[in-house]
Design a protein around this ligand. Structure first.
Ligand SMILES: C[S@@+](CC[C@H](N)C(=O)[O-])C[C@H]1O[C@@H](n2cnc3c(N)ncnc32)[C@H](O)[C@@H]1O
Length: 223
């Protein structure tokens, strides 16, 4: 995953970053309108750009797909393989509607959905190298941290981790602890959402770059 290209190009996708309420390119607006979800058009533009920066053979993997908004955005953004993990635990969860949405946007050939708990799937399934990992599932501190820990061994080098609802204190605690514990991880950008006066970024996004060959990689995790 070309993390530096992604970070370089991200601001240019908006007239004023991060203050613009929509991206310049409105191609994902119909997706937002057609598929129920818990992300804004700006979040989708970021996901799509990240997916477009994947390296050969790398996958976009997300935990928490709901009806497919972010998963389809990744496929439309250029992910050759986009994998959504969801345990369908929301009261109105509906795997059939998720599958139908994926088909409706013509992404069935490159999207795969795995039904299961995010951490269990990351630990037990044979997944391709993950260039972009988007975490948008259980937002408790323990579940967020467990998923970030579980994905470590599956990440490409370099890779990008995107954390949704990042400004929620219980999510932030997990992200900060993960970054502090892993020399390979660096918090590169913290985008404020509703709490920071930017509801067009939902509840914020944290962008963590993962470089296995960072000077300290290979040493024991801190903390
Ligand atoms: C916030 S929604 C995802 C929204 C989606 N990314 C979007 O852009 O619309 C969270 C999803 O995570 C799923 N979920 C909750 N806990 C989970 C877990 N432990 N493992 C896998 N999926 C989980 C829920 O079923 C729900 O569909």
């Amino acid at each position: 995953m070309d993390v530096e290209r992604f970070l370089r190009e991200l601001p240019g996708r908006f007239a004023g970053f991060p203050g613009s309420e929509t991206p310049i390119d409105r191609r994902l607006q119909p997706l937002c309108e057609a598929v129920e979800g818990l992300s804004e058009e700006n979040n989708l533009a970021l996901i799509a750009l990240a997916a477009g920066c994947l390296g050969d053979g790398e996958a976009y993997v997300e935990a928490g797909s709901y009806r497919g908004r972010s998963l389809i955005a990744a496929a439309l953004g250029g992910a050759g393989t986009a994998i959504g993990i969801d345990n369908f635990s929301f009261d109105d969860s509906d795997p059939a509607r998720l599958a139908a949405n994926v088909e409706r946007f013509g992404a069935g050939d490159r999207v795969r959905v795995i039904d299961g708990d995010a951490v269990a799937v990351l630990r037990e399934h044979d997944l391709p190298p993950i260039g972009v990992f988007f975490y948008d599932a259980d937002h408790s501190t323990a579940a967020t941290r467990a998923a970030l820990d579980a994905v470590r061994l599956l990440l490409a080098d370099p890779a990008l981790i995107v954390v949704a609802d990042a400004e929620w204190p219980r999510v932030r605690v997990a992200t900060d602890a993960f970054v502090a514990a892993n020399h390979e991880a660096r918090l590169r950008l913290r985008i404020a959402g509703r709490a920071g006066g930017q509801p067009w970024w939902w509840d914020g996004m944290d962008l963590v770059a993962w470089h296995a060959d960072s000077p300290h990689a290979g040493t024991l995790p801190r903390g």
